[in-house]
Design a protein. Structure first.
Length: 120
């Protein structure tokens, strides 16, 4: 069972880069993300765990190509800046043992679901 710690924006901005989290709205987790560095402007950098890799295309064009072609590559290291400045935003932060549990679960999914590359 996974548990997470709910913290406010001030506490979140003090956390180190590499922290795994999701924004929290009552009874709803946002996307799972990795925190980057906090900035001097009261915001922070983040990495989405699933992001289209535009390769040589503009991002919007890459999205349209994916919709048409039904295939794309992903960029697991894309980083964006969160400048929404919502002072009341809460964050559900994973502890290290929870991140390890997530990795173990993904490894099990890899073993179970991708024995045969014809899965997708």
């Amino acid at each position: 069972m996974i548990s997470v710690k709910l913290i406010n924006r001030t506490e979140f901005l003090a956390l180190p880069a590499g922290t795994v989290y999701a924004k929290w709205e009552p009874c709803c987790f946002g996307d799972l993300q990795i925190k980057g560095e906090s900035t001097e402007y009261n915001d922070f950098w983040y990495q989405s765990l699933i992001e289209i890799d535009p390769v040589d295309e503009k991002y919007q064009d890459a999205c349209e190509i994916f919709y048409t072609d039904k295939r794309t590559t992903l960029d697991f290291h894309w980083q964006g800046r969160d400048g929404l400045y919502n002072t009341k935003q809460l964050f559900a932060v994973f502890e290290s043992h929870e991140v390890s549990g997530l990795i173990e679960r993904l490894q099990q999914a890899l073993t179970d679901g991708y024995k045969n590359e014809k899965t997708i």
